[in-house]
Design a protein around this ligand. Structure first.
Ligand code: SAM
Length: 241
């Protein structure tokens, strides 16, 4: 039976990889990671210099990323076939395979699509990681939540009206998958009266990290690794019990 270990890598800075993931990655003889076709892949970039020279690398290249609408049957069909194919291939492998995953694998990670297909078929372990959004709020140098603050984590792919409704209700916000959705996210924040407090963090903890007030950036030019944050201010003074 194959043994699969998914190693959470944290937000980008290799120093933020857990001790357990570090140990597993350095010992791995077979390493798999997702990437966009033709790119090096962020997960692979994070572990640069850590892999054994003889480690066999399996690049799992997405068949589509932004070419098709993400809610179209064609997009969903292509990705389902891709995950089915890789699940079968990994399940048939001999020995241990370490799958790399940015941030935490169970937090909006692509690995979950393999996890659901493999959990009853192979020996499967998942190592937690620091999420990208935690790396991003540390990059701002300001706490994200205090006291009874409610933090909402939103996907930039949500319809604009849903974004506005959640943005009005929550104290603190983290909006992921901004990229091409940033103009919509920005309009939603404006409608909810939160734009003035919003920050854009690009490539948090990675080389080229950028922290800026969202109102002051060009929303048409946003990388995939970018998160919008609105910090909470504390619904009430913290009660020490
Ligand atoms: C598919 S989700 C993966 C989340 C990941 N599993 C985690 O725990 O953070 C990808 C999105 O996470 C966000 N993201 C993850 N790491 C980031 C970082 N270091 N800086 C900025 N955004 C990041 C971006 O919004 C990106 O579009």
């Amino acid at each position: 039976m194959a043994r699969i270990i998914c190693a959470g890598l944290g937000p980008g800075d290799p120093d933020l990889i857990s001790v357990r993931s570090d140990r597993v990655i350095r010992a791995a003889t077979q390493v798999a990671y997702f990437r966009k076709a033709g790119r090096r892949g962020q997960a692979r970039a994070i572990v640069e210099g850590m892999l054994r020279p003889e480690a066999v690398e399996l690049a799992m290249e997405y068949p589509v990323t932004t070419e098709l609408p993400f809610d179209s049957p064609a997009y969903n069909g292509a990705l389902a076939a891709f995950y089915d194919g890789w699940a079968d291939r990994l399940a048939a492998m001999e020995g241990e395979v370490v799958v790399l995953c940015e941030g935490d694998p169970f937090f909006y990670g692509s690995f979950m699509h393999l996890y659901t297909r493999l959990r009853d078929r192979v020996d499967l372990q998942v190592i937690p990681g620091i999420t990208g959004m935690a790396g991003c709020w540390h990059a701002t140098g300001t706490p994200i939540t205090w006291g009874d603050d409610v933090l909402s984590v939103l996907m930039g792919t949500l319809p604009e009206a849903d974004l506005v409704a959640h943005m009005r209700k929550a104290d603190a916000l983290a909006v992921m998958k901004t990229g091409r959705n940033l103009p919509k996210v920005r309009r939603a924040l404006e409608s909810a009266g939160r734009l003035g407090d919003a920050w854009l963090i690009e490539r948090g903890t990675m080389p080229g990290e950028r922290v800026a007030r969202l109102a002051e950036v060009d929303a048409a030019d946003c990388p995939y690794f970018a998160i919008v944050l609105v910090h909470g201010h504390g619904r009430r003074p913290e009660v020490v019990e």
